[in-house]
Write a protein that binds this ligand. Structure first.
Ligand code: ATP
Length: 233
């Protein structure tokens, strides 16, 4: 076990984080020294042009990708100090992720998509909790539908229920409305903010949409692998 090394008010701390991908002969510097502190319960939007490094930053902060340099501390745990197994354990239950393209399992119903990961994480009341989460995103009448029988907005609401169900302290969302029309996207985002507010989780959301970013507490803007602006919304 690693003792918490941060004040309990900080959810994520990144210090001089770099990410270098590509080959050894031709490395590509993707993140070029990111310093960022995100408070517990805060909602943060990451804005920036395509290729500026938003998804890469999210991958590093969520432990999907290892930083090449610097320090990433999430919920008091130093990700750089963990081996693969310990990192996977540290992420489980602490971090929920919502992606642009839903990523539901097609052979499972909405209920199973939310409940099965809970069961795998040994939650006793997995199906009851999954049903509650689906009701909370307005899908109580769609529990037994398969993803192909759901609209895009409904699928994303299932994905939100799945991300939130383990009660993670941090929710990452990468362009959560990117595949939805404006009206559907607005409903989905309302659900996401409502679930965040109900759980007190920290929300980190990548978006191209400035009006969506304004709904977060804080906006950081990336350009060419760096944070070039950081302000309250
Ligand atoms: N595995 C990789 N090897 C080399 N370069 C990569 C790799 N993955 C991403 N990149 C490059 O890193 C840069 C940042 O990519 P990233 O996906 O983080 O940007 P983004 O801001 O999220 O873009 P978008 O808004 O288009 O999703 C891009 O120039 C991309 O081409």
């Amino acid at each position: 076990m690693h003792a918490p090394v941060d004040a309990p008010t900080i959810a994520i701390r990144a210090r001089n984080v770099t990410l270098s991908l590509g080959t050894r002969a031709t490395p590509v510097e993707i993140l070029k020294g990111i310093d960022l502190e995100i408070g517990r319960g805060e909602s943060l939007a990451i804005l920036g042009a395509s290729g500026s490094g938003k998804s890469s930053l999210m991958a590093v902060l969520s432990g999907l990708e290892r930083a090449s340099g610097g320090e990433v501390i999430v919920a008091g745990v130093d990700f750089g100090a963990l081996d693969e197994d310990a990192l996977a354990r540290a992420r489980r239950g602490r971090i929920g992720i919502v992606l642009q393209s839903f990523h539901l399992l097609p052979t499972m119903t909405a209920l199973e998509n939310v409940a099965v990961p809970l069961e795998l994480a040994d939650h006793e009341d997995a199906f009851a909790r999954a049903a509650e989460e689906l009701v909370a995103v307005g899908l109580g009448h769609r529990l037994d539908h398969y993803p192909a029988q759901l609209s895009g907005g409904e699928q994303q609401r299932v994905a939100i229920a799945r991300a939130v169900a383990p009660r993670p302290g941090i929710i990452f969302a990468d362009e959560p409305t990117g595949n939805l029309d404006a009206a559907t996207g607005a409903t989905v985002i309302d659900m996401l903010f409502a679930r965040q507010a109900a759980s007190g989780a920290t929300l980190v959301m990548i978006t191209h949409d400035p009006s969506l970013a304004e709904r977060c507490d804080r906006i950081v803007e990336m350009r060419d692998g760096r944070i070039v602006a950081d302000r309250r919304a």
